[in-house]
Design a protein around this ligand. Sequence first.
Ligand code: GDP
Length: 613
Amino acid sequence: MEAPTIGGVRVRKGNGETVRLARGASLTDFAEKINVDPASLVQMLFSLGEMVTATESVNDETLELLGEELNYIVQVVSPEDEDRELLESFDLEFGSDEGDEGDLVIRPPVVTVMGHVDHGKTKLLDALRNANVVDKEAGGITQHIGAYQVMTDVDGDERRITFIDTPGHEAFTAMRARGAQATDIAILVVAADDGVMPQTVEALNHVKAAGVPIVVAVNKIDKPEADPTKVRGQLTEYGLVPEEYGGDTMFVDVSAKAGLHLDKLLEAVVLTADASLDLRANPTQDAQGLVVEAHLDRGRGPVATVLVQRGTLRVGDSIVAGPAHGRVRAMLDEFGHEIEEADPARPALVLGLSAVPGAGQNFLVVDDDRMARQIAEKREARERAAMQAQRRVRRTLEDFMASMEKGESQELNLILKGDVSGSVEALEDSLAKIDVGDEVSLRVIDRGVGAITETNIMLAAASDAIIIGFNVRPQGKATELADKEGVEIRYYSVIYQAIEEIEAALKGMLKPEFEEATLGQAEIREIFRSSKIGNIAGCMVTSGTLRRNAKVRLIRDGAVIVESADLASLRRERDDVTEVREGFECGLVVKGYNDIKIGDVVEAFEMREIPRA
Ligand code: GDP
């Protein structure tokens, strides 16, 4: 086939074949697949309004656009698919239990607590943690590792429940966005004195979307103004019908503060799990599960809390967790005790990883250290490429032209640093949802766990970014450097506060919108000709005020002759003045327009900025 010319470049077209490309692939990757010169693709994109180098990662849209031009169907392979394929190449599979029915053993449910702010999620998690721990002699849970287990008695059986210790639906949703689902049951906390609130509904929607059963904890019943019946009525409207009304959702009235009915709540969780879920796992296979949270510990290096989903994790296992690998050097439980093994639904703090994995990333035990390292390295390279692609401004031909037309669009660059990976992800996830229109965009150019470093500052300085520190502070000379480089660091410990402020900042960055305000009108009564400054209009101000600095328009017989002009001069008698009010005479010169006539109306106006909502 004759090679067609696209934007002055001759490239051989395809016949509609499908080309599979990894998210974050470069033009070189693409060129290799379709057997053309990478330089020709670079040139082609350039003619379409995009400047990229051959080895740089490009985003999905660009790959697809290029595919369309070249008559290929580009299939951008998602990270999840890619990971599945990567594991397959090592003869591994994540996500399903090995063996048959006989190998499966009942496992505890994993619970997340959600609900509106201040309805008592944290208090409830604290109360459950202190009241009903598995290891009573341990003297209560001392360590916050991101998850813990409690024991409860149901019909004479000791039953365990695992709680994810990060309240709120942000973390839940960030995990789901990664294709991971740790939660089996959600406890929806609603304060009985406040009732259903916006975040109650939001949480409810997230949970429903995930198909996770709900137990409702009607909290704060110790308060005199508590109205648990009202809460039941309100939630019925959202499809959560209490069992006592013939529905299938269990509602339990509790007080996290007074420690009331917490055992009933735990029982309801177990009963709901038994009634609607088949929670079983194979405890004998190589362990697999999810990272709940992770951080860099000064003394111990990367530490990650993992939730075992199947198999049993043991000290000494070779493990790959997201892009991190290593051998499990030691494991700790929520009491800070060393443990040798962790069975399904058991959270454990793992020491010995090479890096800090992200919340929601999966972990697997593999045959040996070498395999763990190989998988981790491939994952890391892929993450890096994907991040690079994300970092690039999304720019299609249309975007390009539009931004040319309206002047450069504005961008707010952010670097996110947080104490645990879960909070960084939750923050990024919420930030992604801020919508202030097309004119302003928000870009997270880097994110990470741990203190704010000099490297962070340098990157911020180089890319005009603001640094968001979530429960972290600068390290070493970072503060000094930030001052020197003029880098702004903002500190937060509450996610929604960070979101609110950034949203406000984005609104501040929006180009102002203006509306016209008429200041006054004057009628031209006489015309004086001056060879030096042009025709001077002798006017009478008939309404409002004329101002020297205001814009004017010229109206003749009701029609606008000059839309917008400046005043070259404004005088009363022989003096230059800044304004002339209604009922006074003045002389003025319209800049750039000499053809004034007696009877013309000069209207003064100014553009006023409209405050953004
Ligand atoms: P969260 O934002 O949902 O995590 O809410 P918190 O757990 O921080 O609780 C918000 C406020 O409500 C705190 O001042 C708690 O002490 C209070 N609170 C939580 N549970 C109860 C309860 O059962 N009764 C009463 N009276 N106050 C509670």
